[in-house]
Design a protein around this ligand. Sequence first.
Ligand SMILES: [Zn+2]
Length: 175
Amino acid sequence: MDQSKLSNKIRVVSNPKKVENCSEQRLQFYTDYASAVSETLRKPLFQKFLYWIIKRERIEKRAVTDIQVRVFPFQKENGNCLAGRCNSDDGVILIFPKKRSFLKKKLKNHKKEKLRFYLKSRARAALIHEILHMKYEGNENKVRQLTKKYFGIFMRHQNHDTQNLHAIQKMLFAF
Ligand SMILES: [Zn+2]
């Protein structure tokens, strides 16, 4: 196994204490969610795209040491859920899911396929965002602006229709 490959650094991680206190159904939901995210982030086309960003932005190749796809969401004090977090000193990136309650609510008005696509896009955007933090550290504005730019480029390369792209970008970057 090539240890330097980014895809080999992606792993699903759960908090044992949270697993213990989780209902079976809820655990199943978050476990499936995490494996879908991990699969999405490992896809060769997306990996290739990440390498292109790393090269273009001159981010040090060894900067990222560990990419943890977390099973459980991380709720901030203001009630919002965090999409990702990173420590640029040790190169660890955490990717968090959306809350199940949020998705249940959304399922009333949106198709399952559309939601799934949104969740995958959210995870991709989160990883791009955190990789950019490896270089731009605390410069949140710069990181957000570049995330939006690169995410848009990736989506256009995937031949998604423009209307869909705008809808997804609106959902992702409405902060
Ligand atoms: Zn950030």
